[in-house]
Write a new protein. Sequence first.
Length: 64
Amino acid sequence: MKLIVNGEPHAPAPDLATLVEQLGLAGTAVATALNGRFVPVAARAATPLAEGDRVEVLAPMQGG
C-alpha cells in the first residue's frame, strides 16, 4: 500500500495519527488533510488510510 504525502509516495500507515508520528511530527502543531478534506487532531486516530490516499501535512508559518 502506498500513500501520497505532500505529493510524494510514502510507506503505509494504518491511520492518520500513526502517519503523523512516522513523519516525526507527533506533538507538533500541524494541519492535516486527507483527500482534500481537513482532519482535526482529535479525529486523526480514527481516520484510517487506504492505498492511493492523498495526505497533506502543513506546518503553520510566520512572516509578513
